[in-house]
Design a protein around this ligand. Structure first.
Ligand SMILES: [Zn+2]
Length: 134
């Protein structure tokens, strides 16, 4: 279909997550933010170690792996088709109030085909799906 999805990040240890958080913090300091602001922005973008879904090993970040297709084209395709393979776009803009996480079009979580299909058909995020199931 002319789409070349490539995994850019998968399983991370809590130490990996700490390194990512610190890099982001240093980035914001370097571009001139105060320590307090740099820390706040870094924590807005990067999950605290011990809370990232990447530490579960159930998530992947996906982008374009080919110059013939943009990241946005890959993400649009994934948003429409990933459920067929058991994956969900975990953090959408529409569900930000429920997930508490800023939209991440590249972040996909494996939930299995049955759950992914039900969530897709009923427009449910994982939190809503689990609430309904319990
Ligand atoms: Zn991710």
């Amino acid at each position: 279909q002319g789409i070349y999805p490539t995994i850019t990040s998968s399983f991370r240890t809590a130490e990996d997550q700490q390194d990512i958080l610190e890099s982001k913090y240093e980035h914001y300091q370097k571009i001139g933010y105060s320590d307090k602001k740099a820390k706040a922005y870094a924590e807005e973008w990067v999950a605290m170690p011990g809370t990232s879904e990447h530490e579960l090993g159930l998530c992947v970040d996906i982008a374009s792996g080919d110059s013939r297709v943009t990241n946005q084209e890959v993400w649009d395709w994934l948003a429409k088709n990933s459920y067929k393979y058991g994956f969900i776009e975990r953090y959408t803009a529409e569900k930000q109030d429920i997930t508490g996480i800023i939209p991440e079009e590249w972040h996909y979580r494996y939930v299995g085909k049955k759950a992914a299909e039900e969530m897709h058909e009923n427009d449910l995020c994982l939190e809503e799906y689990l609430q309904k199931a319990s």
